[in-house]
Design a protein around this ligand. Structure first.
Ligand code: NAG
Ligand code: NAG
Length: 395
């Protein structure tokens, strides 16, 4: 034991540094160099960091369908620089917008700024945009939505259009017309959805959007001003809860919308209340480590330095434990396998969603741990090190 005592503190430190470097050297966003997207984009809105994880998961779910189209997130003033950087690393194009004043200020405060959604109609650098709320997730390709000609949305509860999923053909004329009417048209919600229901007042009578019409049919008719999307493109979890199953063909489901007020999938308690939340959680778990420590949707509030300080005693413990096992020591002689061990260890901590902080204060050093001489203090497996589970998603 004493033989290696002098070299011990240095070795894990170097290996750890190497492991951390190799992890951070991974490509930040594999989609950075995608081809241009022919004027079509997926768009969402972020009003504040609260929905950041929602946007990250939505983005991953969109990319998972294999699309190469632009993904644009419109961010308002309330979004932090870190959130913007993270979304960029995830592959989003981040565009800053200022909040459009909501003329119905006497309406509920939560609708403040909701009119900002109308800005989607002014995104004239794109020919067509598919807008998705941050509390939606794409479970199957929705590229056919770009065939919608002018305006498409879903009908929900009592014949009203839902603005959670929309296809918009941006037009400055249309946008200016809307803005001109914001003052006068009523809004039953006080927000964009109510306004759009007034603006597209005849929406309940719109025809169903059919993605597979032949070019002849398309040419022979005037482009409809608005079309209705099938429920598959905006399947409400509320709908699921009513019957405890999807009221539509589940294999054809395209977009799940986690409505239901405070029940959002990123609130941990919803996962065992709602089965469809699993779908969301599965995507969340696979989120890339776009910025250090953000894999699996975690939020590294802690600086890298803090993380390093946190990992250091664990690493020392790790090595101390392994050192006591001769057969493992044999492996540890090879630097390569030690690196792999540490890397696996770090992956486990980062991707298992169970790391948020540690109860063994970073001040407790290797020597203090071992001078107690109690072998029982050494965990049987590394997962046994007492870790405070602040929240399952690290938020
Ligand atoms: C709408 O878009 C045009 C052209 O990009 C821009 O000049 C204008 O400021 C936009 N209007 C608003 C209210 O954002
Ligand atoms: C996460 O940890 C649990 C035990 O804490 C383990 O059973 C599971 O396999 C781990 N998952 C991964 C992906 O390492």
């Amino acid at each position: 034991m004493g033989r290696r005592g002098g070299a011990l503190p240095l070795l894990p430190l170097l290996l750890l540094a190497a492991a951390i470097l190799s992890l951070s050297a991974r490509p930040a966003a594999a989609i950075g160099s995608r081809p241009s997207s022919l004027g079509e984009a997926y768009v969402t809105l972020l009003y504040g960091d609260e929905f950041l994880l929602g946007v990250r998961v939505l983005g991953k779910s969109i990319r998972d369908t294999g699309t190469t189209k632009d993904m644009v997130v419109l961010v308002s003033d309330g979004v932090t620089d870190y959130a913007k950087k993270l979304l960029k690393a995830d592959g989003w194009i981040v565009e800053k917008i200022s909040l459009l004043a909501n003329p119905n200020q006497k309406r509920p405060a939560r609708f403040w700024g909701v009119y900002t959604k109308l800005k989607i109609f002014n995104m004239t650098s794109y020919k067509k945009v598919v807008y998705l709320d941050a509390d939606t997730i794409v479970v199957k390709s929705i590229e056919d939505l770009f065939k919608c000609e002018k305006f498409c949305a879903n009908l929900k509860h009592s014949e009203r259009l839902n603005s959670g999923v929309m296809v918009v053909e941006p037009s400055e004329t249309l946008f200016n017309d809307m803005i001109g009417k914001v003052q006068t048209l009523p809004s039953y919600t006080g927000g964009d959805q109510g306004f759009l229901n007034s603006y597209y007042s005849d929406f309940a009578n719109a025809h169903l959007f059919e993605p597979n019409l032949s070019p002849e049919v398309l040419k022979s008719r005037p482009a409809p001003k608005m079309e209705r999307l099938s429920t598959l493109y905006n399947a409400d979890v509320g709908l699921y809860m009513l019957a405890n199953k999807w009221m539509v063909d589940e294999s054809e489901l395209r977009v799940i919308h986690y409505t239901l007020g405070p029940l959002k999938p990123w609130d941990w308690w919803t996962s065992w209340l709602l089965k469809p939340v699993d779908v969301w959680q599965n995507v969340r778990e696979k989120l890339a480590d776009s910025l250090p420590g953000t894999g699996g949707g975690r939020n590294p509030n802690d600086e890298l330095l803090v993380k390093f300080l946190f990992l250091l005693p664990l690493c020392l413990l790790f090595f101390g434990y392994y050192r006591s096992l001769p057969q493992v020591l044999q492996q540890c002689r090879s630097c390569r396998s030690s690196c792999d061990n540490i890397r696996q260890f770090i992956y486990r901590i980062r991707f298992n969603g169970s790391y948020s902080g540690v109860s063994t204060a970073s001040g407790v050093t290797f020597n203090q741990q071992f001078s107690n001489g109690a072998p029982s203090k050494i965990p049987m497996y590394l997962g046994g090190i007492s870790i405070i589970r602040l929240s399952p998603f690290g938020l």
